[in-house]
Design a protein around this ligand. Structure first.
Ligand code: ADP
Ligand code: MG
Ligand code: ZN
Length: 734
């Protein structure tokens, strides 16, 4: 690189940094953002693959604010384009949209602004952009770039092909001089090549980030008592936003009805509803701080809601790509979020039934995808690692703390080679013509008609594993499948040996086998892990007040709350508690525009709160990383030190003092403690009459958020007490 180019690159980066700070209030780039943006600034065609929440929008928005001309952004869903543009405008970006949802007058106005050079980002649907009249109108508008979001939609090999995207290949011909960039979250190497090829990118630079999402906690659990399992999970997320994915429409309706009957507000979403209903439910979900949507895979494409705190799959998704996308909708803001997958043997059959009418070429692909998905569920590899491996990457280390495999109490099998050989040789002796259930029956020495009828009671493997439970043998078979010793083939999922399986039979290679904790089918206790970390130092009642103020602004402007400020920003506000216009700029996610628009009101609430409660304001935690995604997952030691103190009957104030944490943080630990120990009596911490009042309030307004209870009690009872009583009440219900 010549020194001139180095200088130019350095200048570009500085300019981008300024823009990042000014419009978004962020002080650092996320992984590969700087590299992608620099390439875009230099006008080279660029393909960016970053996971959901990785910050792809900024990769084109920030350069668009530095370069001359207008950027065209193509985005697949009209219903969500408004959201994206609202979000951009709230940061002060001159963004506009053109699609079939806007009327002639608005379109006229927008074109006026475009011609006056006032628009820097124009969002357009692919349908519109490829119309020749539209292309003609663009002919004399100076363009900085064409940015194609969700670019995997152009590839037939991807999991979400959209025919309109295919027509985008005209762009290269029409605008040979304008740089063309593509962005996507889930693309295997083949799909990446296909995208570049279809769009006609000219010697593009590829930036492919790690597919890992460290802030997501994955748990894969066998279905047991489903209602209990789901309720246990929801208990961890009272007052938070989440998605529950089901395989069929019928399940969606049933679970929605069930949740509503339990006083949990939830809305359904599937292809059987009218467009109108679907749109309404989606809007309600986006606009609500704490909504739950129960949905089929039809839901979620392009949903940018940043504070989804959990995604539960009731049943296995149809491919790992789908799982990555669907679970990936959680935690876009980089804060902790839970992904729970409840799977059972019936899921595979359900999907096979639903995909039975697909043409053979397609259905072969989907059968293979389904098997890989089963392998993922049954396997015992760190979930983070298994997911990234699927996309052709690897992790230097397993996650250690953030998945059921790493945190589970699994015991290694003492003689894995022997057990594996028993299973594999049974499969071989059964002539590789039977499925998992049958193989287990043989190994357990079943006297069933089928086994006896086949004469398989004469096999040398008959009854060899009779001392082990059926679920455990099933786990082992799953583990052998994941290690490629076996695979399932054909409509009946017959077990067949693969090459490594032969090595095992010859004693040349030993696979790993473990006795997983979940073989006992228990409902797993929520892990206390990291949960509170991102709440450290956050004044809870202040957070609730700020959340209220955010809602007011949001409804005034008719935008979702997260467009005003993300949850991460609210937490940082309630942690740093700034009271001056300068100090608020140091808060994560507050740029100049947002400070000017909302600063006064937020500062006032914070100032009043700090005075009234004699809480320190303008706290300097500059030593903490401002961007939560950079935090490594870790066990929260403070929470663990607090537990014995609570057990010894210490008061909240005493514990707070001993562990040197804010009152509200300590209260969070207490809630965690109550949950962990399943305590139902709140009176060691809240006096009996107050507890009784709170319980009465719960009867009236439900336990789906602390604020309704607080308001029902006319603000006479503090949030900490409410939180404690609610937790005990929930424990009592289960
Ligand atoms: P993607 O399109 O890749 O799924 P988004 O562009 O929607 O992700 O960004 C996800 C979230 O991350 C948004 O809330 C965004 O404001 C935030 N974000 C993006 N870049 C940064 C950054 N450099 N620092 C902090 N937050 C960021
Ligand atoms: Mg995006
Ligand atoms: Zn792990």
């Amino acid at each position: 690189m010549t020194s001139e180019r180095t200088d130019a690159a350095g200048e570009n980066v500085q300019q981008l940094r300024n823009v990042l700070q000014k419009y978004w209030g962020f002080d650092s780039f996320r992984a590969l953002q700087q590299e992608s943006m620099t390439s875009i600034m230099e006008g080279r065609d660029t393909l960016v693959v970053l996971p959901t929440g990785g910050g792809k929008s900024l990769c084109y928005q920030a350069p668009a604010m530095c370069l001359d001309g207008m950027a065209i952004v193509v985005s697949p869903l009209i219903s969500l384009m408004k959201d994206q543009v609202d979000t951009a405008r709230a940061c002060g970006l001159p963004a506009r949209l053109i699609n079939s949802s806007i009327d002639a007058r608005e379109r006229f106005e927008t074109w006026g602004e475009v011609r006056d050079g006032k628009v820097r980002l124009l969002y357009v649907s692919p349908e519109r952009l490829t119309q020749s009249s539209f292309l003609d109108q663009l002919a004399d508008v100076p363009l900085s770039m064409l940015a194609i979001d969700e670019a995997h939609c152009i590839s037939q090999w991807g999991h979400d092909f959209r025919p309109h995207y295919r027509e985008l290949c005209v762009l290269r011909e029409r605008f040979p001089e304008v740089p063309l960039h593509a962005f996507t979250a889930t693309a295997t190497a083949d799909v990446q090549e296909d995208i570049a090829h279809q769009l006609g990118l000219k010697s593009p630079q590829f930036f492919v980030g790690s597919f890992d999402r460290p802030n997501l906690s994955y748990r894969v659990i066998r279905k047991g008592n489903l209602t209990e399992q789901i309720e246990a999970e929801l208990k961890n997320h009272v007052g938070e936003s989440g998605i529950i994915y089901c395989i069929t429409r019928k399940e969606v309706d049933e679970w929605t009805a069930f949740l509503n009957s339990r006083g949990v507000p939830a809305l359904p979403y599937h292809a059987g509803l009218t467009d109108e209903q679907r749109h309404q439910n989606q809007e309600a979900f986006l606009n609500d701080d704490a909504g739950i949507v129960v949905a089929t895979v039809a839901f979620g494409m392009g949903i940018d809601k940043s504070n989804i705190r959990f995604v539960i799959h009731v049943g296995m998704p149809k491919s790992i790509e789908h799982y990555q996308q669907e679970s990936g909708r959680a935690g876009r803001d980089g804060l902790d979020a839970d992904c729970v997958l409840l799977f059972g043997n019936d899921d595979l059959l359900k999907w096979q039934f639903m995909t039975r009418d697909l043409p053979p070429e397609v259905s072969e692909v989907s059968a293979e995808s389904l098997r890989k998905m089963v392998g993922f569920c049954e396997g015992m590899m760190c979930r983070h690692r298994a997911l990234v491996r699927h996309f052709g990457q690897d992790l230097a280390e397993k996650c250690g703390t953030n998945c059921d495999v790493c945190t589970g109490n699994h015991t290694a099998v003492e003689e894995p080679l022997k057990i594996a050989q028993m299973i594999l040789s049974s499969v071989y002796r059964q002539e590789q013509r039977f499925g998992v259930e049958y193989t287990i029956a043989v190994l357990k020495g079943s006297r069933s008609k089928k086994v006896l009828g086949n004469g398989h009671d004469k096999l040398s493997t008959y009854g060899l594993l009779k001392d082990h439970s059926k679920p455990l043998i099933q786990e082992w078979i799953g583990q052998l499948i994941q290690q490629e010793c076996l695979h399932r083939v054909g409509e009946y999922n017959m077990l067949r040996l693969k090459e490594p399986g032969w090595l095992v039979l010859r004693g040349e290679w030993t696979p790993e086998l473990v006795i997983p904790q979940r073989a006992e089918l228990q409902v797993e206790a929520p892990t206390a892990k990291g949960k509170q970390t991102s709440w450290d130092g956050v004044e809870m009642p202040l957070f609730e007040k700020l959340r209220e103020l955010r809602s007011t602004f949001a409804s005034e402007r008719g935008v979702p709350p997260y467009v005003i400020f993300s949850d991460a920003t609210l937490r940082d506000l309630a942690r740093k508690r700034p009271t001056t216009p300068d100090a608020i700029l140091a808060v994560y996610g507050v740029g100049q525009k947002k400070r000017d628009d909302f600063g006064t009101e937020f500062l006032e609430v914070i100032d009043n709160y700090c005075r009234e409660h004699q809480v320190e304001s303008n706290v300097d935690n500059s030593n903490k990383p401002a961007d939560p995604p950079d935090e490594q997952p870790r066990v929260n030691r403070s929470a663990l030190t607090a537990f014995p103190l609570f057990a010894a009957g210490k008061s909240l104030a005493e514990v707070a003092q001993t562990i040197g944490r804010a009152h509200s943080t300590t209260c969070g630990y207490l809630a965690e403690y109550l949950r962990e120990k399943d305590i139902t009596d709140p009176t060691p911490w809240v006096d009996a009459p107050t507890a009784a009042r709170i319980r009465q309030a719960i009867e009236h307004v439900g336990a789906n958020g602390l604020k309704p209870i607080f308001e029902h009690l006319n603000g006479e009872v503090d949030y900490d007490s409410i939180r404690i009583v609610v937790q005990c009440w929930l424990n009592g219900k289960s």
